[in-house]
Each structure stands twice: as C-alpha cells, then as structure tokens.
Design a protein around this ligand. Structure first.
Ligand SMILES: *Cc1c(COP(=O)(O)O)cnc(C)c1O
Length: 384
C-alpha cells in the first residue's frame, strides 16, 4: 500500500469493465463473441448518421478549441425530447432543469459530492441494483446502507428501508437511489414503491435512474415539477446506441441543477460526443427504430426460457432479462449459476452473473438464438 493513499481505499474493489472489443479485434473477428453482458444496443449507429457525424466533425469541430462548456445546443435538444416523450407541454422542461455528464456515472458522482461528501450523508440502495452507486460512494468515503428486496417480485423491502432511514445516524441517509426499471431484475417501480418515494421527506434526495426509459416508456419526469428533492437520470448509452461516446443527463429542480453544474468539470464533454448526441436526438425516429425488434425478441426470449423447467424467468420492462435456477436441493445454486456463466462464456456468449442469477441482454435475433442453444447445452451438461 502506498503510504500517501487513503486507508479506506485499500479493501475497495473497482468496477470490472468487459474486455475491450477494440484491442481484441483480431480475436473478435475469428471467434465472434456475443457481448450480452452490458445492456448496450446490439446495433451500431445507422451508417447514414455516422456519415452525417463525420461531416459535422470535418466542417464544424475545431479540435484546437475547447468544447462548448455550457452544453447549450444539446440541452435544448434534450428538453424538446423530454417534454415530448413525457407528453408535457413544450415549456415544462427548460435548459435550467438539465445537467449533462460524461455518462450517467459522472452525474451519480456529482450527486454524491453535492449531497453526501465530507461526512454529511450516507446513501441507501436496495440490492440487487446497479453497482455504480455503491462503488462511487465508496471512492468518496460515503457510507452505503443496503436493504433487500422481495425475492418473488424484487420489490424493495420498504419496512427495512424505512427503518434504515429512521435509524441511520452519523451520517444520516441523505440520498436514496432507485432504478426505474431496475437492473439487474428488470422490474419497474411498483405502486407501493412509488408511494414510498413520494412520501420521503424533502431533506432526502431521491435519485430515479431511468437508463432504460426508452424500453419501458414509463417515466417519473412529469412529477419533477412538484418534487424539488427528486432527480431523474437518463443516458445515451442504451437505446440511443451511443455507449462509446459517454453521455448522460440529469433532470431536476433548477436549484439542484445549478449545484451539479458547479461540481462538474468545466469541459466534461468532448465536442464530438456533444455533436453525436445532438444528431441522435434530431434523428431519434431512426435511431430508436430498433427498439420494437428488441421488445419482440425479448418476448420470444422470455417465452423460450420459461419453457425450461430448471429456470425461473421474470417479466422485463427493459432490454435484458433476469433468470435464476429453480431451487432443487441437490447442489449449491450459486456454484451452479457460476458454472452456467462460465459455460456460456466458453461457448462465446458473455452474460452478467449477479446475485445468484444471470442478466442477459437482448441482442440481435441470431445472438438470441445462440443464447438459447448455448444455455440449453450448458444446462444439459450441468445435469450430467
Ligand atoms: C447502463 C446504465 C447506466 C448508464 O451509465 P452511463 O454512464 O451513462 O453509460 C446508468 N444506470 C443504469 C442503471 C444502467 O444500467
């Protein structure tokens, strides 16, 4: 351990990104790995938009100049999209309700800095959920309080969460993170969960991560006007097919947005990323066209998986499905799931193993067919 490093960082483990496709192009080309472990779209940006972007790059981006640090053009395009997609009048959301981040990851970190840093607050999460909230909190020395979920439908254990809020001190809970719909379990917030977050006191910030909004079409953005203690996060990494360019946004009360703007780095977004997200929004009908195929493929995948007597499959409001093995008593569930995960990987399908289950991204029709075949083969192999 380096003597000048904060002692609490020693036992801390970093997020494990999946192996880069760029450094492994030769391997990729020969083995054709199905990357269904990070919930990206299986489709690159349409080539006509890539051409448009290349042209924008040629004509308008001066690489010697700093990017637009105020993000004005993109914020304007986002407000139009948000108002339209939440069926709100065009004047409800303005640029003052929006802050942009280098992925939603940066916004999560800014929110943590703004609410909890310096021993002022802890955060509350319900496991299993998106891992970055806890990882980023730990890097900042912010305590993470964890509660569970109902094992049948993955609803947050609300009595436990309520108790945690009442009993956590030094520092008290200042922020609650929920994903709507949740990752890895793919369920939207239930009526009970919605009632709970609507009744949380105003001194607790409620962060609602809508990374999968384009698949669920279920948003709480329309309620933000009445709720100064809520923030909604969105990303361009999933349905908008721009994971490579790192762009997320936060919708919230202008006072909270002003703080997030203070906390972020002045030039957090490269000009090219700003241009790409703007082009994607201007052409959203084309970019989001692939969603209907994903939803149809998801239904087929769930249908096929639920035929399998060894598997338990849940409904999904996202572009991925979550499966577990049904308990059968003879061997450890955890070991078997790890084994399945490894078998799939060896066969060329990467999925994510989380909390005793597998989170499988819906890919192209061919990828999904291979997922089913490989899973079937792995299950037969395990039962021998
Ligand atoms: C994928 C995902 C994100 C996106 O993060 P970016 O940093 O914008 O790529 C955010 N939240 C959840 C729950 C996700 O699954």
């Amino acid at each position: 351990m380096l003597p000048f490093i904060r002692s609490d960082l020693a036992q801390f483990s970093a997020y494990k990104p999946h192996p880069s496709s760029h450094t492994n192009q030769a391997v990729q080309a020969s083995t054709k790995i199905d990357r269904l472990d990070t919930n990206e779209s299986p489709y690159d940006l349409p080539s006509e938009l890539k051409e448009k972007l290349a042209w924008t790059y040629q004509q308008f981006i001066e690489t010697n100049r700093y990017p637009d640090g105020g993000h004005e053009t993109l914020k304007s395009a986002i407000k139009d999209y948000v108002n339209e997609s939440a069926h709100l009048s065009p004047s409800v959301f303005t640029a003052s309700h929006i802050s942009l981040g280098n992925g939603s990851d940066e916004l999560i970190r800014s929110i943590l800095i703004a609410s909890c840093l310096g021993g002022e607050g802890s955060i509350l999460v319900a496991q299993p959920t998106f891992s970055m909230y806890a990882i980023l909190a730990q890097t900042l020395g912010i305590p993470v309080v964890t509660v569970g979920r109902n094992e049948a439908n993955f609803e947050i254990d609300i009595p436990a969460a309520q108790l945690a809020i009442e009993q956590t001190q030094h520092p008290p809970i200042r922020a609650v993170f929920v994903v709507h719909p949740n990752s890895p379990t793919a369920n939207s917030l239930s009526i009970a969960e919605l009632t709970w977050i609507r009744n949380l006191p105003e001194h607790i910030l409620v962060v609602i991560d809508e990374a999968y909004f384009e698949f669920s079409q279920d948003t709480l953005a329309g309620e933000l006007q009445q709720r100064p203690n809520w923030a909604v996060l969105r990303t361009f990494s999933k349905a908008f097919r721009l994971a490579a360019l790192r762009l997320g946004y936060c919708l919230a009360h202008p006072e909270l947005i002003a703080i997030l703007e203070k906390v972020r780095l002045p030039y957090n977004l490269p000009s090219f990323s700003l241009a790409a997200a703007t082009v994607a929004l201007q052409n959203r009908t084309l970019v989001l066209e692939s969603i209907s195929e994903t939803l149809a493929e998801r239904a087929k995948l769930i249908q096929a998986l639920s035929q399998h007597c060894a598997l338990q499959v849940w409904e999904s409001a996202t572009n991925f499905v979550y499966v577990r093995l049904k308990p059968n008593g003879s061997h450890s569930q955890d070991a078997t799931v790890k084994n399945l995960h490894q078998n799939l990987k060896a066969a060329g399908t990467l999925v994510r193993e989380i909390n005793g289950g597998l989170r499988i991204t819906v890919g192209t029709p061919d990828e999904n067919a291979r997922t089913l075949n490989r899973l079937q083969a792995a299950l037969i192999h395990l039962s021998k």
